[in-house]
Design a protein around this ligand. Structure first.
Ligand code: F6P
Length: 536
């Protein structure tokens, strides 16, 4: 096997060969391009034929994946080895959706018993609340649930609850994450404190924003607080100190990373919204993707293929951002969710051993929903001076939505990907303008403005319908994609020291903003900003 440095050389050589070729040429040269550059898993299709790739380039990427030791690292993660090397922890989010007899997390003893106990306790509470067996201080069923959390303690449950809106038959769900008092004020204002449960979701149970919001919510609940608050955390002692009783504290292990925690007790608000049957279907979807990731040959392994496309775009083609565009309104929070999963995992500059990375790591991940995005930033995607690869997500079937709308949605997704890839030639513009009676002068004047360069890559992920199992498969698919990219870049995708420092810095600056003391220790800009805040 070629060593990893040689594999990188091969990948760059393939890129140099392909860069000058337009996607129009690549499709003209190979009528079977779509079949050669798409992979399937049941109803899921990943079409990467509109990437600046071809089979030899894919082969060089697969050789790179093998040289990076993907199979060994994947085995270590599923076994529960200490893959989070800087925090000395495993990263066993796969266990959270596992079954009792799954061969997971055995390195440090069997974690499945603890996982299943925590899962059943959380789901039992959700079930009792939905059926009124867990009720408010006045004995009434809860009409509303407010989840207070941030980052992975917010984005996952919020995204999943909105994604499975058709299955939402429990109390109304509200999500507060920003410490800006407007968030909790606007959320609580229309609610009745006598019929609202407040969940404080925080792995550390110390995040300043979350604890500030939790104190405000506790005041709002008044005497009912003792009865109408719950906690989800890896630090139950801190929750007890917040006067939340043990029967309302739902735990998860410290080897669950925040951005990987939706499957754990952090999913409590999601389970309250949709019920445990749908929640279990979500878990089963994740478990199905795990089985595929663990057993499929790399050539047909969806997370591996998506990761190699990511490596190709970032390192071979040099594109620093990528756009994630679900053509699925209920996935409107999916780009936000994937931003944390991707950029907090792989937004690193040093490798596992602490040495600076030899090449760029995670791109900037951003996005929006189709078709709305076509009427906001797609102009730049089509005619801007930068190439920005796009990941499209689209269901084949609508779920609890009119069929005629779905045909229009799907047509737009397909058309946009084609326009990005193949553009609109000068000749095509001239022909269209002549056919519509355009004057020679207008044609000459407008052709440069109406020509689309094309050669703008995208990958399209199709799935049958956005049900709970599919949502589980998609989330696990992206988790494993991020993991494979991290392995190839040689970094630790499971820590987040950068944001930990910024959290601590905010604690130091807080008293300076509150009473203007001690700002002489700050830099001139921060001093000036705080002074201005005081003055206006
Ligand atoms: O952003 C840093 C971070 O630690 C995330 O990884 C985490 O999801 C978020 O803050 C919230 O942390 P906690 O769940 O401990 O409140």
């Amino acid at each position: 096997m070629t060593d990893i440095s040689g594999c990188w050389d091969d990948v760059h050589r393939e890129a140099a060969r392909l860069k000058p070729l337009h996607l129009r040429q690549l499709f003209a040269a190979d009528p079977d391009r779509f079949d050669r550059l798409s992979v399937r898993l049941d109803d899921i299709l990943v079409d990467h034929s509109k990437e600046k790739l071809d089979p030899p380039a894919m082969a060089s990427l697969l050789a790179l994946a093998r040289a990076a030791g993907i199979e060994a690292r994947r085995h270590e993660m599923f076994r529960g080895e200490t893959v989070n090397v800087t925090e000395g922890r495993a990263a066993l989010h796969v266990a959270l959706r596992g079954a009792a007899d799954d061969d997971i997390g055995t390195a440090g003893g069997n974690v499945m018993a603890e996982v299943l106990a925590m899962r059943e306790r959380m789901l039992g509470f959700a079930r009792d609340l939905r059926h009124g067996r867990v009720a408010s201080a006045t004995g009434e069923p809860f009409s509303d649930v407010v989840n207070i959390g941030i980052g992975g303690s917010h984005l996952g449950p919020a995204m999943a609850t909105r994604a499975l809106a058709p299955f939402h038959d429990g109390p109304r769900l509200h999500f507060v994450s920003n410490v800006d008092g407007a968030d909790i004020t606007d959320t609580l204002k229309p609610l009745d404190p006598r019929k609202t449960l407040v969940i404080v979701a925080s792995k550390t149970f110390s995040t300043l924003e979350t604890m500030t919001n939790a104190r405000t919510a506790r005041t709002w609940l008044g005497d009912a607080a003792a009865h109408q608050m719950a906690a989800v955390t890896s630090h139950p002692a801190a929750a007890r100190d917040f006067a939340i009783g043990d029967e309302r504290i739902f735990g998860f292990a410290d080897w669950v990373g925040g951005r990987y925690s939706l499957w754990s007790s952090i999913g409590l608000p999601f389970a309250i919204a949709v019920g445990d049957k749908t929640f279990r279907s979500f878990l089963e979807g994740g478990r199905m993707m795990d089985r595929h990731f663990r057993t499929a040959a790399l050539e047909g392994n969806l997370p591996v293929i998506l990761a190699l496309i990511g490596i190709w775009r970032r390192n071979a083609m040099g594109w620093p951002t990528r756009a994630l565009i679900p053509y699925d309104q209920r996935l409107h929070l999916f780009p936000d969710y994937i931003q944390q999963l991707d950029m907090e995992s792989n937004g690193k500059r040093v490798g596992r051993d602490g040495s600076p990375l030899a090449r760029p790591s995670a791109p900037v991940v951003w996005g929006g929903c189709g078709t709305a995005s076509q009427h906001s930033f797609f102009q730049l995607l089509h005619q801007g001076t930068d190439t920005i690869p796009v990941d499209f997500l689209l269901a084949a079937r609508p779920l609890d939505a009119p069929e005629d709308h779905h045909a229009i949605l799907a047509a737009n997704a397909v058309a946009q990907a084609a326009a990005l890839a193949f553009g609109r030639t000068t000749a095509g513009v001239e022909e269209a303008m002549e056919a519509s009676g355009g004057s020679a002068e207008d044609i000459h004047r407008l052709v440069p403005h109406r020509t689309l360069p094309g050669d703008r890559p995208s990958t399209t992920i199709l799935y049958r319908q956005l049900d709970a199992m599919t949502l589980g498969r998609l989330v696990a698919l992206f988790e494993h994609k991020v993991f494979v990219e991290g392995v190839i870049w040689g970094l630790n995708p499971f820590d987040q020291w950068g944001v930990e420092f910024a959290k601590d810095l905010a604690q130091q600056v807080l008293p300076m903003v509150q009473d203007g003391a001690g700002t002489e220790e700050l830099d001139g800009s921060s001093r000036g900003l705080i002074a201005h805040l005081d003055r206006v």
